[in-house]
Design a binder for this molecule. Structure first.
Ligand SMILES: NC(=O)C1=CN([C@@H]2O[C@H](COP(=O)(O)OP(=O)(O)OC[C@H]3O[C@@H](n4cnc5c(N)ncnc54)[C@H](OP(=O)(O)O)[C@@H]3O)[C@@H](O)[C@H]2O)C=CC1
Ligand SMILES: N[C@@H](CC=O)C(=O)O
Length: 433
């Protein structure tokens, strides 16, 4: 086995593989020999990997030519993509945790693996330690998956959790997540939702037997979530979570059936099981026609949890080397189109700072009616300034029923333009009953 990368995940893979060498031999039916570990720079302290220092090399291209199984935990697009293709050319099976690469170049990699008849496994790429991709790809192969909904990014869940529970600032919480090994090399990928979007693309591809790339996913990160949003959520008995939502959408007279794949922050009621997902944990609901609802929960990031998923794949690929055969390849036969975000049916929470005068409610309600958005609840309260003097201002808090996202967005724009509306203080989608 060749290991590409020896950072948070790679060092845990090397250490656990070495510590449990006898068990791996028994499970696979042959010993696993680590033939080398490729890194960017030599001379760093690699003691966490617990392996012979002679194994380290900066020549990854040469290393992949002398292994039966290549584990890629470098991250990013290049040189990870070229190294994986080179490993396939030399007949090696590949295990990767690289969701960014799979979401961008998945079809190319599946085809290359297929062409030479070798394995490509990537359980660690979504939701860290949680066995999720194999259940979707294999256990649910006899069912019809309708929806996948969950928290798939540990860093943002950690940040939002800290903002809720300790009142920590955004930057401070991101630094903590980086120190704990949860964040990507560039944490922008986490906080801007790119990492969750890549994972949503992988989940949707597997769940709906279609090709979904990261660019097909509607994406909003958590950088715009303010302390005021967090407080507004709490006042509503909700918490803010970054959610990945993949769903089958039936045809309407205006558009064909397809899939909606989106990542954005949302308020969910504290009674919802996802609200209790704390720190860097992940949780994913899968809804299938016959199975009903399934929930997967566990550690979504960090060295050892991710290495657990990587090593599970190593055992599967190595077994195939010993016994013959290979795991399932890509299944994209359904070829469903990805629909526009505007067509997704969502619910909105909207908080407005309005002039407290007659006719305000009617003006606001008219905009909702004009855009065919139905209101679920409205709450109005007078606003006081810092000296607790009651001004001629009020806060209107509105929660809508589900409506097309485009109609909800247009409603917010129209509300902002009303003369009675001083400010749209907070807008967030709402998920969960
Ligand atoms: N951290 C986590 O919790 C999880 C991470 N992942 C994924 O796992 C992968 C690895 O993540 P992580 O371990 O956190 O990343 P790190 O940044 O901690 O480690 C990356 C490793 O790759 C090496 N590397 C970088 N560029 C090259 C190169 N050109 N040639 C050879 N080696 C190179 C680095 O070398 P050097 O040490 O010399 O810098 C380092 O050892 C990523 O795809 C990530 O998305 C998936 C699930 C969870
Ligand atoms: N940066 C990612 C790591 C695991 O995929 C996350 O925070 O979830």
């Amino acid at each position: 086995m060749a290991l590409l990368g020896c950072g948070v995940v790679g060092s845990a893979v090397a250490r656990l593989l070495t510590e449990q060498a006898d068990d791996f031999e028994a499970r696979i039916g042959a010993p696993v020999e680590l033939v080398g570990i490729a890194v960017r720079r030599l001379g760093r302290d690699r003691s966490a990997a617990g392996v012979d220092p002679e194994l380290f090399t900066t020549d990854a291209e040469e290393l992949v030519t002398r292994a039966d199984v290549v584990v890629e935990v470098i991250g990013g697009i290049e040189p990870a993509r070229s190294l994986i293709l080179r490993a396939f050319e030399h007949g090696a099976g590949v295990v990767t945790a690289n969701k960014a690469l799979l979401a961008e170049s998945g079809p190319e990699l599946y085809a290359a693996a297929e062409a030479v008849g070798v394995d490509l496994y990537y359980e660690a790429s979504v939701a860290g330690a949680i066995p999720l991709l194999r259940p979707l790809r294999e256990s649910l192969a006899g069912d019809d998956v309708r929806k996948v909904l969950g928290i798939v990014n540990g860093t943002t869940n950690y940040v939002l959790d800290k903002m809720h529970t300790t009142g920590a600032g955004f930057g401070e919480a991101v630094e903590q997540a980086q120190a704990l090994g949860y964040a990507e090399a560039d944490p922008t990928a986490d906080v801007e939702g790119f990492d969750a979007a890549a994972k949503a693309a992988i989940l949707a591809s597997l769940a709906f037997h279609s090709r979904v790339s990261g660019n097909d996913v509607y994406r909003e990160g958590i950088t715009e979530v303010t302390a005021a949003d967090v407080q507004a959520a709490e006042a509503m008995g909700c918490v803010v979570k970054l959610l990945a939502i993949c769903e089958r959408v039936e045809a309407t007279p205006e558009r064909p059936s397809g899939i909606s794949v989106r990542v954005h922050p949302a308020m969910i009621p504290t009674s919802h099981p996802l609200a209790g997902v704390r720190e860097a944990f992940n949780a994913v609901f899968v809804e299938a026609r016959s199975a009903g609802e399934l929930m997967f929960y566990g550690r979504g990031a960090g060295g050892d949890p991710t290495a657990s998923a990587v090593l599970g794949d190593v055992v599967a690929v190595a077994r195939h080397r010993v016994l013959g055969g290979r795991g399932p390849g890509e299944s994209a036969y359904a070829d469903l189109p990805t629909l526009d975000m505007g067509d997704a049916r969502t619910r909105y929470f909207i908080s407005l700072d309005v002039a407290d005068e007659p006719g305000v409610l009617a003006a606001v309600a008219t905009e909702f009616a004009r855009h065919q958005v139905s209101i679920e609840t409205v709450r109005q309260q007078q606003l006081a300034d810092e000296d607790h003097d009651v001004e001629e201002r009020a806060e209107l808090v509105i929660v809508t029923h589900a409506a097309p996202d485009a109609a909800l967005g247009a409603t917010v724009e129209a509300l902002a333009a009303l003369p009675q509306v001083r400010e749209v203080s907070s807008v967030m989608r709402v998920e969960g009953e």
